[in-house]
Design a protein around this ligand. Structure first.
Ligand code: CA
Length: 234
């Protein structure tokens, strides 16, 4: 049993009714607002642990709500977005949303995202650094030695390739946008940076023995960025 309080800002009553049941069954407290204005008021009066925000609201653009919340609060925000809105997803993440789920979504996926986001958010402020090791299936990352081992065999990566994998592993389960990754790896972003990142990723996948459509360690979030698998199943 957990006691996390979630605020869902969503105008579709069907989704709200269904989510009420799902989240309460899983031990969460859930509050609803069916428009942006009420959502903002409720956010500031109830101080939820996490916000699930539909980007397509009848009154206020969801992106505006992210801006308003981020001016005053670091509370995690998961955005609900339509399948085709890659641009909105990137903008939402760049404005400070923590993650997104694409509509129509499965409840297991949303619950997994909520768990990961709440867990990741607890590390905030401590400052993230890679310590010890990271394990995912048959892969081990030894942070001190900067070594990656898959099925007992060391994978030889370049410094940049290693840095990319290490970064994604520190945020495992969270999508990182191309711009975020590029800034953290190269310190700057210019024309052609995405291409450079994609070339590095292709090399990483080759060395990891991953084939398109069968990615196990690092997932493509089309048009948005990359996400390291977090062992969360849905
Ligand atoms: Ca909507």
């Amino acid at each position: 049993m957990n006691s996390y309080k979630i605020l869902m800002i969503e105008d579709e009553t069907n989704i709200c009714n269904f989510m009420k049941m799902i989240f309460e069954t899983n031990g969460y407290q859930i509050l609803f607002a069916n428009n942006g204005k009420d959502g903002k008021t409720m956010f500031f009066s109830h101080c939820p642990d996490l916000v699930i925000l539909d980007l397509g609201l009848p009154d206020i653009d969801g992106l505006e709500i992210i801006k308003d919340i981020r001016e005053k609060s670091e509370a995690p925000i998961i955005v609900l977005s339509a399948r085709t809105d890659e641009h909105d997803k990137v903008e939402a993440l760049d404005l400070g949303a923590n993650d997104y789920v694409t509509k129509p979504f499965g409840t297991d996926e949303l619950l997994a995202r909520v768990r990961v986001t709440i867990r990741n958010n607890r590390f905030q402020g401590i400052g993230r650094s890679a310590r010890g090791e990271f394990r995912l299936d048959d892969m081990v990352i030894e942070y001190d030695a900067r070594r990656i081992i898959i099925s007992g065999k060391e994978i030889k990566l370049t410094q940049t390739e290693y840095n990319i994998v290490e970064l994604l592993s520190i945020y495992a389960g969270k999508v990182l946008t191309y711009a975020e990754i590029i800034k953290k790896i190269w310190g700057y972003s210019d024309f052609g940076s995405i291409k450079k990142l994609q070339v590095n990723m292709a090399n990483i996948r080759k060395k990891f023995g991953e084939k398109p459509g069968e990615y196990r360690y690092i997932f493509n979030e089309l048009g948005v960025g990359y996400r390291m698998n977090d062992n969360e199943k849905w």
